[in-house]
Design a binder for this molecule. Structure first.
Ligand code: AG3
Length: 282
């Protein structure tokens, strides 16, 4: 029997992955979690039917979500990751010896536990002594924090289901308050290509622009997310991702990366015209 995982990109377009084995499925109070073993992408997991992480292209996402802010401020010491229960973002952060603490706030403990079981490639550094895990709602967690983080990474799902509140104005305001003077906020910023994703991308940017002094968007190529063209937001109180790029300082660290490099850093902020126009819409 042939088993295929299908993800609907629109009502009329889908992406299919031939699966060797459907390893596990569980419905938690928050979402449905599935793990599959595939031929081309290795192990992968989905939340409510959407691709989250697979062994083949996770390095792209996790390189871009961490090394971009770290190369703008290599002095980042206190980090908060909201979502990201697979551990991939934390794994990249732990490579910086100068980072002192990493709070991981994941609403669904089952995501972490299952990734620890089935996806060691991303979860292996959750045991690092600087990492503290909090299984609670990121919106609540951040609401009483002031001037405590140099970097906040919102490694969220799409704004449907448990991820919804992580795309709101109030949440972004609280992030601003929780950040230090040179603080940076990176957020999963959806995609400009299919209409549903583009709508969320525009809404997120509009809100972030209201709150943050510096508010940019950068792109990367993610083969297994709808259209393959995906974005992160870079928002900060004072640092500009290009003007304040510490290329030499970052390169001197000697970190080996598979996707990120200093030219990609610069190039990622150069956006196609149609994306700039969408982001500038009033
Ligand atoms: N975070 C989810 C990114 C968005 C996925 N959306 C989609 N496929 N429609 C991935 C977590 C990686 N640490």
């Amino acid at each position: 029997m042939k088993l295929w995982f299908d993800e609907l990109y629109t009502e009329n377009t889908k992406f299919s992955i031939k699966v060797d084995e459907h390893i596990y499925t569980e419905r938690t109070p928050f979402q449905r979690i599935d793990f599959f073993k595939s031929y081309d992408y290795g192990m992968f997991f989905t939340l409510d039917g959407y691709m989250m992480v697979n062994e083949k292209d996770e390095f792209i996402y996790h390189d871009m979500i961490t090394h971009v802010p770290m190369a703008v401020n290599p002095d980042i010491k206190r980090v908060l990751v909201i979502g990201g229960g697979d551990g991939g973002t934390v794994r990249e952060l732990t490579r910086y010896e100068t980072i002192e603490s990493i709070d991981l706030v994941e609403i669904d403990e089952r995501v972490v536990r299952l990734c620890q079981k089935y996806l060691p490639i991303t979860s292996s550094k959750l045991e690092d002594e600087r990492v503290k895990m909090h299984f609670e709602d990121g919106i609540r967690f951040i609401s009483d924090k002031e001037n405590v983080y140099d970097l906040i990474i919102v490694d969220s799902t799409d704004p449907i289901g448990p991820g919804e509140g992580l795309f709101t104005l109030d949440f972004y305001k609280n992030c601003h308050k929780a950040l230090s003077e040179n603080g940076i906020l990176i957020n999963q910023h959806e995609s400009p290509y299919y209409e549903r994703d583009a709508k969320e991308m525009k809404r997120a940017h509009k809100k972030l622009r209201e709150i943050f002094e510096i508010c940019k968007v950068y792109q990367y190529h993610m083969p297994t997310y709808a259209s393959g063209h995906w974005l992160f937001g870079f928002a900060s109180k004072s640092l500009d991702p290009i003007k304040d790029h510490k290329k030499d300082q970052w390169e001197a660290l000697g970190l080996k990366t598979k996707y990120y490099n200093s030219n990609i850093h610069k190039g990622a902020f150069a956006l196609p015209t149609y994306v700039i126009e969408m982001l500038n819409e009033k």
